[in-house]
Each structure stands twice: as structure tokens, then as C-alpha cells.
Design a protein around this ligand. Structure first.
Ligand code: PGA
Length: 255
């Protein structure tokens, strides 16, 4: 069964307005010439650049995502950005549960589920991140760690809402470290995640769910990872900050 292939660039807290403008313009022109719509392409810039990146990508196949959102809809939450605000800037997606949010900002499953529900209520699609730490993998508990992360959050949604979520498996030990899961490790855990989805919802829903890999994915390893049966694309951090690298990764989905 064919699933949506997705390449998303997570810019994290990098770049100025000028740099965001330049990077987006370059990607838009390269994608126009070189990519023929075999994958969904998503850019996730920092909040202040959402509107501009959306305007620049308006006539292209590129969609825009926020990197985080508030769990509340509005009110006295200084510094927070609501899903309604994100949607009104033209974004279609939001990344929720990134390991940096979980670790550095202490976001736990209950608040992540609230964020997911807020996103869906505002018609945003969710890129939901899960993944184990180095210690957890060394202990051999990586399967149960990702199972818990999913069971406490998006596996509690209705089937209809779950279908609006994309999963990004990102082993924490691979994020920004230059270490990548081996193809065997990635396939094994993606397959396991799909089996879990099938057991909670149905085989059809599991087969339709896009599961992305993230963690030091780059021009050199993308093709091998994307060729795996249960890997449906990538959530790209560092390598998404250079237009040529990012577009090369997009093309690796096809080749
Ligand atoms: P990385 O980041 O590609 O720089 O490892 C991936 C991510 O954090 O989404």
C-alpha cells in the first residue's frame, strides 16, 4: 500500500530573517526545477518567519510547519504561540514532542497530548516525535520506550484524528551527533511501531501512517534509509539549513 512520502526540514533556532528568506527562496527555485511531487516537502522555520516562509512557498509544493505550539488556545500565557496563530500564518503542520522539547523544556506526555489535540482542533497536521536515549538503547528497552511514548499520546486519539498525525522516529543519540541509526536498526523499530499501530487501530491505518526517520540524516545516508520498507521519509535538522543538501536529500527519496 502506498503511503505519503515526506521530507521535513526542522530549522530549530537557527538563522535570521534574511537567512530564512534566502534559504527558502533557494529551496523553492531548486524544488521547482528538480522535484516533481513524489514527496511532500515541509519547512519548519522558527515562529517569527512562518508568515514570510509561507508567502515565499505559496506557489510551490512546499508546506510550512511550526516547530512547537502552546497547549492552550489563548489567554495570559506570555511567550506562548497558539495553534490558531500558527494556522493563521498559513502553516499546515506542527512538530510536537521533539526530544529537545521533552528534555530541555520538560514537556511530558500529558502536555504533549494536549498540544496534539489543540493542533488538530485548529486543522493543523501533527508531526509527532518519539525516540529513545542512548542509555535506553544500551539497556535494550528502546521498543518499550517508544511504545510508552505513543500509548500515552497519539494512540489515545480517535482513528480519524490519528490519521492526521505523522510519526517521526528520532533516536535521541542520533540527533545532531553525526551518529545515525543503521538501516537494520531503523527498519526494525519502524516496523515495530507500525505493528503497534495495527494492534491499536487496524492494519489499514498502520499501513497508511507515514513514519519518518530523523537523526543525522544527510545527503550520504538518506537514500539507504529512505529505501527501507517502513521508512517513509525524514525529519532533517542540520542538513536542512543548506539548500543544496536539503534538496539532495529530497531527491534521495526518489532515486
Ligand atoms: P539532525 O536533527 O538532523 O540535526 O540530527 C534532526 C531533528 O532533530 O529533527
Amino acid at each position: 500500500m502506498s503511503r505519503k512520502k515526506i521530507i521535513a526540514g526542522n530549522w530549530k533556532m537557527n538563522g535570521t530573517y534574511e537567512e530564512a528568506f534566502k534559504l527558502t527562496s533557494e529551496i523553492v527555485s531548486m524544488v521547482k526545477d528538480e522535484v516533481k511531487g513524489y514527496a511532500e516537502i515541509i519547512l519548519a522555520p522558527p515562529f517569527p518567519f512562518l508568515t514570510s516562509v509561507n508567502k515565499l512557498t505559496e506557489n510551490s509544493v512546499i508546506q510550512v510547519s511550526a516547530q512547537n505550539c502552546a497547549s492552550e488556545n489563548s489567554g495570559a500565557f506570555t511567550g506562548e504561540v497558539s495553534c490558531a496563530m500558527i494556522a493563521s500564518c498559513g502553516a499546515t503542520h506542527v512538530i510536537i514532542g521533539h526530544s529537545e522539547r521533552r528534555t530541555l523544556f520538560k514537556e511530558e506526555d500529558d502536555v504533549l497530548l494536549k498540544k496534539v489535540k489543540a493542533a488538530l482542533a485548529n486543522n493543523l497536521k501533527v508531526i509527532f516525535c518519539i525516540g529513545e536515549t542512548k542509555e535506553q538503547r544500551e539497556k535494550g528497552i528502546h521498543f518499550s520506550v517508544v511504545e510508552e511514548q505513543l500509548k500515552n499520546t497519539i494512540l489515545r486519539l480517535s482513528a480519524d484524528d490519528f490519521r492526521k498525525c505523522v510519526i517521526a522516529y528520532e533516536p535521541v543519540w542520533a540527533i545532531g551527533t553525526g551518529l545515525t541509526a543503521s538501516p537494520a536498526q531503523a527498519q526494525e523499530i519502524h516496523h515495530h511501531i507500525r505493528g503497534l499501530i495495527a494492534s491499536v487501530f487496524s492494519d489499514t491505518i498502520a499501513q497508511q501512517c507515514s513514519i519518518l526517520y530523523g537523526g543525522s540524516c544527510n545527503e550520504n545516508n538518506a537514500a539507504e534509509l529512505f529505501a527501507l520498507q517502513d521508512v517513509d521519509g525524514g525529519l532533517i535538522g542540520g542538513a536542512s539549513l543548506k539548500s543544496r543538501s536539503f534538496v539532495t536529500i529530497i531527491k534521495a527519496m526518489k532515486d
